[in-house]
Write a protein of this length. Sequence first.
Length: 445
Amino acid sequence: MRFKNSHFRIVERGFFCKMLGILMILITKKLLSPILSLLLYATASSFLTTLLPLQLQERGVSPWLMGSVTALFYSGLIWGALRIESYLIRVGFIRAYVTLAAMLTTSALCFIFTQNIWIWLILRFFYGAGVAGLCLVIENWFLKIADDAYRGRVLGLYMLTFYIAQVLGQSLLRFMDIDGDKPYSLIALLSTLSIIPMAWTHLSSPVPDEKSILSVRKLAAISPSGMTGSFGAGMMMGAFYGLMPAVLARMDYTYGDIATLMVVILLGGMLLQYPIGKLSDFFPRRWTLMLTCVLTTLMSILLIHAKSLPIPFSVLCFFYGGVMFTIYPLSINVLCDFLSSKDIVAATGGLLVVYSMGAVTGPLIVPGFLAYWGTEGMFLFSAVVAALLMIFVGFRSRNKQLPETSRQDFLPLPRTTPAILQLDPRGAFVKHLNKVKNVFNRKTP
């Protein structure tokens, strides 16, 4: 009988207990400042992610350049996640946060001062690097505050805040005209306001630990399915964030409707991760990953046929986001099933880089689908990627069987920087819990 880690059963203890635990963390004020800062700058970043494709669509910019804008953002995100940490250690977290938030504010304002698309590409790269730096500050703060008893809850609180910010950012589109300077001014304002909670905190800045990331070659040797799944998920998600708003605009949806549909997709991705993850705890995880890919392909095809039916299209968008958003955390958990606890953080950090590489590649490929198939090309692209991923994982499942004793419980993980992955409770607890398991399983002579 598989041992159940109690730290992965928090939700099963009841909604009240979970909310009480989160409230107690907030009451200590140790996480209040980074939570508020995260909410503000992530809302601004989410709004800009949707705003840019819509403005480029209005200007008649080609899908290739739209995809390049998104690719440059994720390139900056990779560069910042891997290179900025040394700067944080040198100047301190609070001063680094102020500097990086000022970078985001400046980048947002520069979008007003110039309409040159090539300069916008450069600005998007620096904006991505700034977002990665702010994520590193916030995530290391969460990491240092979280003790062993609260790691799972702190990770859940981080993800909840992150998703709320994404939903709020998309919702701003309903209340603001995208023409003119006001949207970029609001983004700059939110980025600047995010400095205040961090600057007012009375806590000393945490110092990050040295982190390691496994290379792509090692990840491929450990779990080709996990690595390929992360890359494929990155391709679909990068294309989604970079081009979906423009595709919906081409389908004659109003900006308010686009905001609603983006929120529906994000809510699907947030709400369906847990039930699908629970399913993967009771069935072979690679089978669950294959099922998720099948459902992503099916939802993509159905969206093509339902694009002229508003209500069915909205319902399908919810499930489309639910299954597509789950591919990345499932891929991580597939990899974790083949690892010891001490290697989980380094491996998941490597997969996050692989995911980001996919997010750079996807927006550069989708324009070819859009040029040939029109708006249907967006959903056809996700269908093709998910189908190819399903075939690959199915082929690998025949060649390499997972020992039942090495299975880890599912944990949904965010797609930001490698720092937050250290909040994965499995890396801290599994070794000690296995010792407890051995004590209870020891036979009495």
